[in-house]
Design a protein around this ligand. Structure first.
Ligand code: TUI
Length: 319
């Protein structure tokens, strides 16, 4: 297998997995735990001040000697400062989200930083390849949080066909079978988020973990699709009220009050009724709290089994 089809080799880590950045959740301690468990740990800049991010990078450095990275959330008010901070601190790996990082790419490349922007479309993937990205993360609308329109299956396949840099699949991956499906589409690895919310190391409130475990397949919704700020989260009192007002024609500005502090209310206070319980569509299959290392190992070895079983299972189709 060529190196470019194996994210673990590309990044110098044990498993071909990136821990998805989760705003207000994935701090330096959590990213270090993901890195120590064999994936690429990522500190989320979303929800942090520039100083807060600097502290969290120092914390991760003190807790792991494995590679870790930072996600630059491009809608941050302090995004210019964050982009410069990660360059100055020589963070070796970056992902980006919720926008086009084009204007920072030259600075990051000059600093020798590996950059994997998250893309929701073929057009942005191609633009990122031309701008010097080392890879892209094609994230389907099955994901939790800020989402695009395309689902993982059509998105990953079309991005893989359109670019020659490595493609990581994200959105809807929480089992060995789903990981193998991503590889079948041509991805070199997967970004995982929702299944890590219920890791022992994840610093969300216990009620948040319980809400994810309780969720069924149909229990996520996307608020803000029409208002222009699409966020996938669990159905609850808040997201239902948001959708009702959105349907009635309220603008993004009028709806803003629902989201202000809503994620923190859920993450820190465990308010799973009026808070924003961000999770992806795989919430329905996430059923137990486990150490993060066990989650990675289960998906990886479940993938090995799924891969080995495919030929025998479908012999009938290809006889
Ligand atoms: O970024 C995410 N997921 C997130 S960010 C977040 S915090 C937030 N809070 C309020 C508003 C928005 C975000 C919670 N979850 N995932 C990566 C992702 N990026 N999904 C979709 C995109 C994306 C969308 C449009 C990336 C680029 C893009 O480009 C448009 C353009 O500017 O060309």
């Amino acid at each position: 297998m060529s190196d470019s089809k194996n994210l673990a080799k590309i990044l110098g880590i044990k498993y071909p997995f990136i821990q998805g950045a989760m705003a207000d959740i994935a701090d330096g301690k959590f990213a270090a735990a993901a890195s120590n468990a064999g994936a690429m740990g990522i500190i989320a800049s979303g929800g942090l001040t520039t100083e807060g991010l600097e502290e969290n990078i120092e914390i991760a450095r003190s807790l792991t000697d494995k590679p870790f990275g930072v996600n630059v959330m491009l809608k941050l008010p302090n995004v210019d400062e964050v982009a410069e901070l990660v360059t100055r601190m020589k963070v070796p790996f970056l992902t980006t989200g919720a926008g086009n990082p084009g204007k920072y790419m030259e600075m990051w490349k000059e600093a020798g930083i590996k950059v994997f922007p998250v893309v929701p479309s073929v057009a942005l993937a191609q633009r990122m390849e031309n701008a010097g990205a080392d890879g892209v993360i094609a994230e389907g609308t099955e994901s939790g949080g800020h989402v695009g329109e395309l689902a993982t299956m059509p998105l990953v396949k079309q991005v893989v066909d359109a670019v020659s840099i490595p493609v990581v699949a994200a959105g809807g991956i929480a089992s060995g079978e789903q990981f193998i499906a991503a590889l079948a589409l041509g991805a070199c690895g997967a970004q995982l988020g929702t299944c890590l919310l219920v890791s022992e190391e994840c610093p969300v409130h216990q009620s948040y973990k319980e809400a994810v475990i309780k969720a069924k397949d149909i229990d996520t919704v996307v608020t803000g699709r029409f208002a222009g700020s699409p966020v996938r989260q669990l159905k609850n009192h808040m997201s239902r009220a948001y959708l009702k007002d959105e349907k009635a024609g309220q603008s993004r500005e009028e709806l803003g009050h629902y989201m202000i502090g809503a994620l923190r209310r859920a993450v820190e206070q465990g308010d799973v009724r009026d808070g924003s319980v961000i999770a992806g569509q795989v919430a329905g299959q996430v059923k137990e709290i486990k150490p993060i290392a066990q989650i990675f190992e289960d998906i990886y070895s479940g993938g090995r089994d799924a891969y080995a079983n495919l030929q025998a299972m479908y012999a009938d189709i290809y006889e």
